[in-house]
Design a protein around this ligand. Structure first.
Ligand SMILES: Nc1ncnc2c1ncn2[C@@H]1O[C@H](COP(=O)(O)OP(=O)(O)O)[C@@H](O)[C@H]1O
Ligand SMILES: [Mg+2]
Length: 302
């Protein structure tokens, strides 16, 4: 075994530098620069086709980038594959559940695939959720199957968890339970999670950071609180003082709404407290950026 190439004292769990990925003519990732700080829970939000799955798959060394690089916990998965993969727990967009195999068989299979897999830990988590280990996995509810996928990702005891639309097929109660289990694990282990979703309201209670991806580009990357505090919504074309327009979209009741990004004073400077006092919903912030990302192809609003 070679020397450990990881930078264990690094403060970034995931870094992308000028990352581009092209599928034939389609640029799925377009010069993505991104830093996910260790210990954070980051929402990766964007519409279908934004590049969320591609980004996660590049980090897992399933897709080779055309340009740029990624590092997972300080390790480039394209240079040191096994060392990088030891550092990530992955829940794919549609976790595979094998017919005729029990929950316990799934844990055993994970153990055979990952060196250092902690079967006891995975089994205990599954047991705590009231999921019988001898139940056939193809008879689990959607929520239970998602929990099995999560327990297996957690069983790797990886520092970085990458979850691709883990909530997409779950009912509202199962979503809450999934988020709860994830957050408990992340807090207990001090790990980092990046979870993608096409709807921000699904993940906003769980996350402390927001990355908005559109057309393969990073449109916004900041703390959730900062996103709320530094944007404003208006139903007129006149900007709040010092603000720049992000994008316009259709309000719930019809009519054009415009999202603005405020010029943010330094913390403690004059006006900083006023900016922080008022907030805009994350849903509106995301809609504004998505509208901007669609350019003129979207609905024409006047
Ligand atoms: N294997 C592939 N072959 C060709 N195009 C692909 C492939 N995977 C993804 N794409 C394209 O890349 C873009 C980004 O896809 P994806 O990363 O799956 O987005 P998201 O997960 O945000 O919905 C889309 O336009 C998609 O059609
Ligand atoms: Mg996807």
């Amino acid at each position: 075994m070679g020397a450990d190439v990881g930078a264990s004292n690094s403060t970034a769990a995931l870094v992308a530098h000028g990352l581009s990925k092209r599928y034939r003519r389609k640029l799925a990732l377009d010069q993505v620069d991104l830093t996910v700080p260790a210990g954070s829970v980051t929402a990766l939000v964007g519409p279908n086709g934004a590049g969320k799955t591609t980004l996660i798959r590049v980090c897992m060394a399933f897709e080779r980038p055309n340009a740029g690089s990624v590092e997972v916990d300080g390790v480039d998965p394209w240079k040191h594959r096994s060392q990088a993969l030891r550092r990530v727990g992955y829940v794919p967009q549609s976790p595979a559940v094998y017919r005729g195999m029990s929950v316990s068989d799934h844990v055993a299979m994970a153990r055979s695939l990952h060196s250092g897999f902690d079967s006891e830990y995975a089994r205990r988590r599954i047991g705590q959720l009231g999921i019988p280990l001898d139940q056939r996995a193809d008879t689990l509810s959607g929520g239970q199957a998602a929990q099995l996928g999560l327990a297996i990702a957690l069983g790797t005891r990886a520092q970085v968890l990458l979850l691709d639309e883990p909530l997409a097929n779950l009912d509202p109660l199962a979503r809450r339970e999934f988020i709860q289990v994830l957050l408990d694990a992340v807090r207990a282990e001090g790990s980092t999670a990046l979870l993608s979703s096409h709807i921000v309201t699904d993940v906003e209670d769980a996350c402390d950071r927001l990355v908005i991806l559109g057309g393969g580009k990073v449109l916004l990357d900041c703390l959730l609180e900062e996103a709320r505090q530094t944007h404003r919504l208006t139903d007129s074309d006149s900007p709040p003082p010092g603000a720049t327009a992000v994008g316009s979209f259709l309000g719930r009741k019809g009519g054009k709404l415009t999202l603005w990004r405020l010029a943010v004073p330094e913390v403690g400077a004059e006006g900083a407290a006023d900016v922080a006092a008022e907030t805009t919903s994350l849903e509106d912030v995301v809609l504004g950026y998505l509208a901007a990302g669609r350019g003129t192809a979207g609905l024409q609003l006047n």
